[in-house]
Design a binder for this molecule. Sequence first.
Ligand code: GDP
Ligand code: MG
Length: 441
Amino acid sequence: TLSDRLTAVLKNLRGKGRLSDADIDATAREIRIALLEADVALPVVRSFIAGIKERAKGAEVSQALNPAQQVIKIVNEELVGILGGETRRLQYAKNPPTVVLLAGLQGSGKTTLAGKLARWFADQGQTPMLAACDLQRPNAVTQLQVVGERAGVSVFAPEPGNGVGDPVDVARRSIEEAQRSQHSIVLIDTAGRLGVDEEMMQQASDIRDAVTPDETLFVVDAMIGQDAVSTAEAFRDGVGFSGVVLTKLDGDARGGAALSVRHVTGQPIMFASNGEKLEDFDVFHPDRMASRILGMGDVLTLIEQAEQAFDENQAEQAAQKLGTGELTLEDFLEQMQAVRRMGPLQNLIGMLPGANQMKDQLANFDEAHLDRVQAIIRGMTPAERADPKIINASRRQRIANGSGVRISDINDLVSRFFEARKMMQQMAGQFGGGGGGGSRK
Ligand code: GDP
Ligand code: MG
């Protein structure tokens, strides 16, 4: 994964100072590969990487994250920004009906999307209607009628038996019908071709001129990869659109098409389709798409949680104390709480790559034991936490009563703590003592 490769590239960098130019170049190469593997178009990759380099140059190496994580975080933030920077809500007409025109290649998923969008609007209290303006293929009208029935919304279609109708005329009349029957939204399903084609563009833009849509949504199959760019450009120039819908995200496409289309056309991605069923549909989530493009969803979650839980000052203090071997139970409690704020340890470890092999051990992991340790330390006075040597028998009895644990639990904790501290003091001695040669006892 990208995470592993970046870790390898940055392995010599410790959490001090800034990323060097060489480090940035090396990581940029890895990110470039990851984006190309995700099917992002080359010119888009180039301009994106340039932005990342710029930002990485100014970045301090964080104390909370390792350098690889930090670079991933920057890349991810930039990606999310580009994918959703100007996320906006759908434009509704001042005077209903709101008209939404669907445009895209044949097979991109327009008709399927029409049903999903209709259902989505209906769930929000709107009264949508579908308009069958794909009169190109014999079955297209029937297909939309089936879709409409499934979604529980009405479908406006040309009367059968009048020969091939005129899609522009059907579109126009569907608006009149919507006004008459008080539908608040009209979704116009149009014809596509297998490839970009003059006639198709002309028809779509004739429909557009006839109904002046409030939104024109360009529907694009995420699986078409690199072709997404040229297709999007053709539709931008031929019809124009105000938003993008990505379909077939249930496939194995890494989603680079999303970044390319967004970058090249400047129009926001508004919805995502991920299956053939009505409910396989959602408002577009830039963060999910970014982690899909990078191919590292769980690593990103981990980074976020690590940062949330990590207080840099706290770490600095702890590091200094570690160096001088002056760790107290108070520090110990703080560190433990910081780690546990990231969620159950079991989840935390489960998110690490390769954690599957550890599943069995994890199953035996006793979260309750940590609860007991925390309870014991919380039951101590500040003086006891700072200098556990003073915890004599009567103090142990008091703490046990107060925290609801056994005396043996306290004995256990205290003796383990002394062992740990002794080890740290030895280490500090070996490395010549850290923290500026403080007052070691
Ligand atoms: P249109 O030609 O643009 O109207 O495309 P259709 O709506 O007819 O869809 C073409 C094919 O793709 C159909 O078989 C749909 O069931 C399928 N399809 C549409 N959207 C999705 C999706 O999000 N995921 C999957 N797996 N299939 C989809
Ligand atoms: Mg269709």
